[in-house]
Design a protein around this ligand. Structure first.
Ligand SMILES: Cc1cc2nc3c(=O)[nH]c(=O)nc-3n(C[C@H](O)[C@H](O)[C@H](O)COP(=O)(O)O)c2cc1C
Length: 312
């Protein structure tokens, strides 16, 4: 028997595969068995209703996509009255992804969710603009990360995952700030800020002008950040960015991930996540790995002694 289960700071998932927020919805139930997933992560919602960004909201790029959906949201009341009850039919734990413009509002959402039956964990998407700090994303800086995670931690007893942005010059300091304020895990991470222009119309390809880059093209950047965070943190790192195959999952584990989230690949092949779970089992079987979690951080990153002289 292969053990695919993972322990995220005391919260056990039967396997490490879950959707990345915003890339998964109820319609996928017609194609994959939600009960097979390690967890279900829903689209980020906010306290109040929001319309989202102007169209076009997404465009395809080589090995990537650019999106600026802008978190359209039906608000917390709808989430509690409709989304949570819907997902209760599935055995996989429900992870509620939340966002807000201020640390205070993040705390208000977390406090309301704290007692809602059926929510297993809060994922704080802190890659959104902080209106108290020039609109820069909370997770761009350690001090705004500290402030928001502190407010969240004080508001909830639920496991708290904090989703970081790669759009920062010092991911480790930001991750350490989240850890110091009581995050149970970090997710590394959200999309990379990008832009694309249509050379015929000379207009940006997105209505919002800039957007988030995702998909296979960003994987090496995110692997590097997972590795850096794993080396400097004690809490688990959940890897996310460009994961398309089980080989990508193994690579993320070796870099230091305890679990992973799959995003853009769900749009390309909706059965990606459930295929991966089977493929991971086969891989472990073939390579005599009894527990997938053994691979977390198992990259051999020391220079090996030279055995024979290189031919150059
Ligand atoms: C269309 C789209 C919508 C997204 N919406 C959200 C969201 O609501 N909340 C969030 O935290 N991340 C959101 N993301 C980011 C993904 O969750 C993920 O972090 C990112 O796409 C990198 O993973 P990938 O390369 O596997 O797609 C979205 C990504 C895409 C492509």
């Amino acid at each position: 028997m292969i053990d695919l289960s993972v322990n995220i700071n005391g919260f056990t998932l039967k396997n490490p595969i879950m959707p990345a927020s915003g890339t998964f919805d109820k319609e996928l139930a017609a194609i994959i068995d939600f009960n097979a997933l390690g967890a279900i992560v829903t689209k980020t919602f906010t306290l109040d209703k929001r319309a989202g960004n102007p169209t076009p909201r997404a465009c395809e790029l080589p090995n990537a996509m650019l999106n600026a959906i802008g978190i359209p949201s039906k608000g917390i009341d709808y989430y509690i009255s409709h989304t949570v009850p819907y997902y209760q039919q599935y055995s996989s734990p429900l992870i509620a992804s939340i966002s807000a413009n201020t640390a205070t509002d993040f705390g208000l959402i977390a406090k309301q969710l704290d007692t809602v039956k059926g929510i297993a964990c809060i994922e704080a998407n802190i890659s959104c603009p902080n209106i108290e700090a020039d609109g820069k994303a909370f997770a761009m800086q350690a001090n705004s990360t500290s402030k928001v995670v502190k407010a969240l931690r004080a508001a909830t007893h639920l496991p708290l995952w904090v989703k970081l942005t790669p759009n920062t010059s010092d991911i480790v300091s930001v991750a350490q700030a989240a850890e110091a304020e009581g995050a149970d895990a970090i997710i590394v991470g959200n999309t990379l800020l990008g832009m694309a222009i249509d050379i015929t119309t000379r207009r940006p390809k997105l209505g919002n002008i800039m957007g988030g880059l995702s998909g296979p093209a960003i994987k090496p950047i995110m692997i590097r950040m997972v590795y850096q965070c794993y080396k400097h943190l004690s809490i688990p790192v959940i890897g996310c960015g460009g994961i398309t195959t089980f080989e990508d999952v193994i690579e993320y584990f070796l870099a230091g991930s305890t679990a992973v989230q799959v995003g853009t690949a769900n749009f390309i092949q909706p059965s990606t996540m459930t295929n991966m779970i089977h493929d991971l089992e086969d891989y472990c079987q073939k390579h005599n790995i009894h527990r997938l979690s053994e691979l977390t951080g198992a990259v051999i990153d020391k220079k090996l002694p030279t055995i024979t002289a290189l031919p150059y």
